[in-house]
Design a protein around this ligand. Sequence first.
Ligand code: FAD
Ligand code: MLT
Ligand code: ZN
Length: 480
Amino acid sequence: MSNSYIIPNSVLDELRAIVGPQGYYDTVVDIEPFLTDHRRLYKGNTALVLRPATTDEVSRILNVCNRHQVGVVPAGGNTGYCGGTAPAEDGSQIVISMAKLKKIRHVDPLNNTMTVEAGCVLAEVQQAAESVERLFPLSLGSEGSCQIGGNLSTNAGGTAVLRYGMTRDLVLGLEVVLADGQVLNDLSGLRKNNTGYDLRNLFIGAEGTLGIITAVTLKLFPLPRTHATALIALQNPTAAVNLLSSLRAASGDSLTTFELMPRIAIELVLKHIQGTSDPFTHAYPWYVLMEASSARNDSTIEDDITTSLATAQEQGLLLDAVLANSEAQRSLLWRIRENIPEAQRVDGGSIKHDISVTISDIPQFIKEGTALCEQLAPEGRIIVYGHLGDGSLHFNINAPAQATQVARAAFMNKAESLHRAMHDLTAQYHGSISAEHGIGRLKVEDLARYKDKVALQLMRDIKRTFDPNGIMNPGKVLKM
Ligand code: FAD
Ligand code: MLT
Ligand code: ZN
């Protein structure tokens, strides 16, 4: 498909001139990685990928695009799960890669804040905080490649939400380029500022549909010096929910992570991921990876957790537990949890659901969801795991082991009916059909179906106010 029929060459030249010869890709080979999303759900076309290095360049680009009504797709680390970064098939949109905006602008350990540009990779942000003995707590399996701008735009969750909250909770200020090129400068390091509407929270989680985030002021926390990390074996999710409640009561807010995993997830990791091994000698039906941490340099936290786990075992809440006794063992336990998505991918991919319900509803939801999936796709392997401490589950169904291509295709054809059944169930529980991965292009129809109608109308009104020409990531999040 020839893209230049849709975006005039004169406009493409105007855009190239803003960033200079080192600031764009326009050959087939260079553009290729920007045409598809992480899960390869969509494959689009574009004539140009721009790679601005400054906020001013982003501003001038959007000004040109807005004047000529050219659609713009922001691209971060491209690890998102909902197809948010794939441009449209008709070639009518350009891509803006944020990878060159990657300065750590300012670190202020006294104020416990840092200001970084949107293209910084999450792991680099964590390291910059650590270099001044502070913690930036957002933690995801994709942290080696996702960008902080992408994290903000998806309001990412991850494995430390229980203690520190979602990405939204870690932000004090933003710099955003609006659709017409104006720059909203709200890079505040203030913790108190009640001066009108909270604009920054509109851009967080907007998936690039309201503007491009170019920089952010983040909250930092004391660097934990001691961790107590355990893999706990349990009979069922009810035991896990009760254990969470008793651990929280015993250890207060030191509990950082509480992740539920079924046996099948552990088996997939052991099978596909090198350097992993089962910490137990027996197989158990369910597991929890828990971690508590403290900025104090003493062993109190480990003693507290050991005592709490012993009490829980006496009460019959858990079957067995392994407490990490070295940093190497701690990372081994984490390796098991963090590699579940990769193990599922290697095993042949899955039909995914990213839902949340209240923590107290989790056991019954898992029961009913499992029954539904068994009825609709009895050949599938149900792998329910995730952030139990936040009421958030990845309710995935893998194709049968070693399925033929035909059997796999037949299984994947059931995706739509499984999504409908699982999302209807989630709605019955007043839950969310996207706990942490966003809407992107994948869940546009679902959002329209399940979101409160008044909320949807307000969202459309906001979109029209911020982006009257509809150039910002068109076709994502909202059906206009
Ligand atoms: P991208 O995929 O590049 O973009 C995501 C969306 O944001 C797109 O719509 C894009 O247009 C928009 N966007 C990107 N940058 C900007 C910007 N600067 N301004 C405006 N819009 C922008 N997610 C979780 O929430 N929790 C997890 O535990 C988790 N674990 C994961 C583990 C693995 C192995 C993988 C592959 C993914 C995981 N994810 C998880 C999903 C993903 O990593 C997150 O959604 C992440 O926040 C996306 O960041 P990114 O930079 O890759 O964004
Ligand atoms: C996770 O929690 O591991 C991710 O959000 C889910 C995934 O990567 O599939
Ligand atoms: Zn997750």
